[in-house]
Design a protein around this ligand. Structure first.
Ligand code: ADP
Length: 186
């Protein structure tokens, strides 16, 4: 199964993605996690990405697309994957289409929906436990704006292709997982 999980920052994508990938037996491919691993490792990619991430802006497509193209060639992604956080722009949608080709196109797109004030509260809470550099209130609000401007329009594209399912991301983690699995028919 080739699945894309979308949703605004704080909707719970990362948390759900880990559980779902395990249930579905596919790798969880999170561009945010790959960027953070590079930041932590001090790689040139991490140094470049950090400038954007800390401001709540998207890392340029030229960097992100190559990174995903490379990750998708790994053997573990041959029979499916759960993409989390990519594509996030219309240009990335076209790139992903060309990476996958017609034979290995996405099977489903799940959008987790969330209430804005609730996600701000969740992210501020996460800042207390994890100390992510982009979880300050100003940067959180900027990330939500960028999501609304650049990423929310992708749902219309996937809805036109008949791939989109919207799932309410509010509530307990296992309730949300149950809703997603029910929608996926798993
Ligand atoms: P969140 O969904 O909570 O914002 P992520 O961990 O998915 O968190 O992403 C963190 C940051 O990594 C983003 O704010 C952005 O700077 C960068 N990033 C992740 N995925 C992409 C992408 N597909 N295109 C551009 N930038 C990205």
């Amino acid at each position: 199964m080739r699945i894309l999980l979308m949703g605004p920052p704080g909707a719970g994508k990362g948390t759900q993605a880990v559980v779902l990938a395990d249930r579905l037996g596919v790798p969880h491919i999170s561009t945010g996690d790959i960027f953070r691993a590079n930041v932590a490792g001090g790689t040139p990619l991490g140094v470049e990405a950090k400038r954007y991430m800390d401001a709540g802006e998207y890392v340029p497509d030229s960097v992100t697309n190559d990174m995903v193209r490379d990750r998708l060639t790994h053997d573990d992604a041959k029979n499916g994957f759960l993409l989390d956080g990519y594509p996030r722009t219309l240009a990335q949608v076209s790139e992903l289409d060309s990476m996958l080709g017609q034979d290995a196109a996405l099977d489903r797109v799940v959008e987790l929906t969330a209430d804005t004030e609730e996600v701000v509260a969740r992210l501020l809470n996460r800042a207390l436990d994890q100390g992510r550099a982009d979880d300050t209130e100003d940067v959180i609000r900027r990330r939500l704006e960028v999501y609304a401007e650049q990423t929310a329009p992708l749902t219309a594209v996937y809805a036109d292709r008949g791939l989109l399912t919207q799932v309410d991301g509010m509530g307990a983690v296992d309730e949300v997982t149950g809703r997603i699995l029910a929608e996926l028919g798993v």
